[in-house]
Design a protein. Structure first.
Length: 302
């Protein structure tokens, strides 16, 4: 398959690097990372160890293949701009696969690209951006992909095969919207807490005070989700969140990585979006609100 990874940061580089085994892959990303990959290849360390020679470009206009799949892995605040850039690559049968954190990506992609191209996904793979050209695979997670209407389409099944052949544990979801919400609930505690306390994911269960806060945030976020018609229970989400924390114990969350790199965070698409949904339904959003306020007042990177 011809695959373009749009947003080759930590997650995008891991997926692109592994998919390059059996596919023609082009990474699109930022200057320093792309330049180093062009010079020395992409190095994946940790749970996966590989040095991969892979095409990498900075400017989407330099793309020389017609993609069958565009893997969208940009940060949620860049989704709209990315969609405008990649619009010209999309042909009748192109699939645009979102593997992003946050609750507002799908609407933005639908608006610019159109729903028929869209496959939605979530992943619990843990990846750390070490330095330009190098990422570390810190936690082997699972990826779920689904059509928005839940259909087990042929294109979806083919895509799942391609991901599994690359060694990316991938399953079909018939409720991908629910999974995006469940992932946002998981991210709503792990990401801001690790960002704020500057700790790896695993520390959230080593510190009993933080463990209680994780449980309280999970509960609030799950209640918000269930008022939006998502089938979740706080108990189930607390245990799923703890599983992800254990599986990615050595990972620095994407939000902590953003803070450490002096970049904007995805707080608005995760806790901000949960807060707005909850306010719309008149339910308690005090924990999500505090997290948004803390993160934005301490790290006001626009
Ligand atoms: O955003 C992240 O960092 C990831 O979604 C996860 C699964 C929390 C692992 O760090």
């Amino acid at each position: 398959m011809n695959i373009v990874v749009f947003g080759a940061g930590a997650i995008g580089s891991l997926f692109g690097g592994l998919l390059a085994k059996n596919n023609t892959v082009v990474l699109v990303g930022r200057h320093c990372h792309i330049q180093r990959i062009q010079q020395k290849g992409l190095r994946i360390k940790g749970k996966t160890q590989k040095l991969i020679q892979i095409s990498a470009i900075e400017n989407p206009q330099d793309l020389s293949i017609t993609p069958e799949v565009v893997l969208l892995t940009v940060k949620s605040y860049d989704t709209e701009a990315a969609c405008h850039h990649l619009r010209h690559m999309v042909r009748d049968h192109t699939m645009v696969v979102s593997l992003q954190n946050g609750l507002d990506n799908i609407e933005k992609i639908k608006e610019v690209i159109g729903q028929k191209h869209l496959i939605a996904g979530v992943t619990t793979q843990g990846v750390l951006f070490e330095e330009p050209g190098v990422v570390t695979h810190t936690g082997i997670g699972t990826t779920l992909l689904g059509e928005l209407d839940g259909a087990p389409s042929e294109r979806l099944q083919n895509l799942i095969c391609v991901f599994n052949q690359a060694g990316l544990h991938t399953q079909m979801s018939t409720d991908i919207t629910g999974e995006i919400w469940r992932k946002a609930i998981i991210n709503s505690s792990i990401n801001p807490l690790t960002a704020f306390f500057g700790c790896q994911n695993g520390y959230l269960l080593e510190n009993p005070v933080l463990e209680k806060i994780v449980e309280a945030i999970c509960t609030e976020s799950s209640i918000i989700a269930s008022h939006e018609g998502i089938q979740v229970s706080p108990k189930e989400m607390i245990s799923r969140t703890k599983e992800v924390i254990q599986e990615t114990a050595l990972n620095s969350s994407s939000m902590l990585q953003s803070i450490q790199q002096g970049k904007r965070t995805e707080i608005d698409s995760i806790n901000g979006a949960l807060m707005r949904k909850g306010l719309g339904k008149n339910i308690d959003v005090s924990l999500n609100r505090i997290l948004v306020e803390l993160l934005t007042s301490f790290y006001s990177i626009k």
